[in-house]
Design a protein around this ligand. Structure first.
Ligand SMILES: [Zn+2]
Length: 122
């Protein structure tokens, strides 16, 4: 487990207990992005009520960093307005996680990209 010290507590927490992982059957918006260098694929589903993100879920075939950042992203936008969610960037997600090893930053970049794609799909 020595290599795990590359990750912050927040990354571990969200990797081991991912928030909002699953599927929204009648999603209003869906965004899927892939990351060829690591093989990560992330699908984000949104359920909105007016201007509010009522629910957000994600499914991923990804590495630890991809799972943790997707989970963190959902906690940043759930219950927020679409206007607020549109402002969430990859940098915000990375900052909320603390620090990712540089080699893993590209994985965390999927989260906000998929979110913005899902918002565009509404
Ligand atoms: Zn990855």
């Amino acid at each position: 487990m020595e290599s795990n010290c590359d990750y912050t507590k927040a990354v571990f927490d969200h990797f081991q207990n991912p928030r909002n992982m699953g599927e929204i059957e009648d999603a209003d918006g869906v965004g899927t992005v892939g990351n060829p260098s690591c093989g990560d694929v992330l699908k984000v589903m949104l359920k909105v009520d007016g201007d509010k993100i009522e629910d957000v879920k994600f499914q991923t075939f990804g590495c630890a960093a991809a799972i943790a950042s997707s989970s963190m992203m959902t906690t940043l936008v759930k219950g927020k307005s679409l206007g607020e969610a549109k402002k969430v960037t990859n940098k915000d997600v990375a900052a909320a996680l603390g620090q990712l090893p540089p080699i893993k930053v590209h994985c965390s970049n999927l989260a906000a990209d998929a979110l913005q794609k899902a918002i565009g799909d509404l």
